[in-house]
Design a protein around this ligand. Sequence first.
Ligand SMILES: *Cc1c(COP(=O)(O)O)cnc(C)c1O
Length: 323
Amino acid sequence: MTGATFSYDDVIRAHERLVGIISQTPVLTSTTANERLGAQLYFKCENFQRMGAFKFRGAYNALAQFTPEQRRLGVVAFSSGNHAQGIALAAKLLGIPAVIVMPTDAPTIKLEATRGYGAEVVLYDRATEDREAIGQRLAYERGLTLVPPYDHLQVMAGQGTVAKELFEEVGSLDVLLVPLGGGGLLSGCATVAKALHPECRVIGVEPEAGNDGQRSFRSHLIVHIDLPVTIADGAQTQHLGRHTFPVILERVDDIVTASDKELVEAMAFFASRMKMLVEPTGCLGAAAAFGDQLDLRGQRVGVVISGGNIDLTRFSSLLQGAL
Ligand SMILES: *Cc1c(COP(=O)(O)O)cnc(C)c1O
């Protein structure tokens, strides 16, 4: 199967595997946000997903399809955090040994949570080492199956269930805003949107400092960039994937960016108005809605809030910087 044949059916089958295991996360609204924008916003809150982000969906969907031999030998994943925790939790639930390759500078809360789920953590230096090479070496030496964070059809299918639940709850939307790192979430959600409501405009939102996705989308070639400097640590990816890119080109309408300052403003909004903790990456879609790049007046807008994993100390220092 190539990216282009990746379809809504794959998402339906993923959802069948996930129902009863994942949390069906709430769709919340805010009168303040609606009034401010003159639009109707629906926030799909994956910050309330198990382990705190949508990544659990794709991870569980991939691991649930392991053969008995793969299950016995185990899984290896590389991630700056949420994918690692998603794999670690899914592996624990399915009784599969897990090895996670994480950067030495990953947020403490994410390192601890990954170890807390019983996974073995192998640390590497982001600046000098290549996590993919380390993951592949471990896979080869120990017979582990590598599950990448986004460029994997079963992972993409699992992430698409976020949009499936959103549409099933709120019906049609004019616009769907989705945070973008490597494109697992965006490719899955766009596939659902174009199958159920082809008129819905699907817009990916990535950090301003790392707009490789936007450049790739415009040039029709996968653009590689240096490690972007942004507070959105879940979207510090350097390029889109072999599988995610063709799906994004075909099914996404546009890609826009949000600055770190806009992310912090959105974090403050969610905390003060909606009483919830959202990590910087989780705010990408909302920051684009609140900013002035898109005219959303009179529209029904779905906003994927992708995760809520952030240390309280980091949260408060980011917010203090904003005051
Ligand atoms: C991984 C992640 C993203 C980006 O997802 P991709 O599938 O890599 O595009 C966005 N938000 C959060 C919270 C994440 O953990």
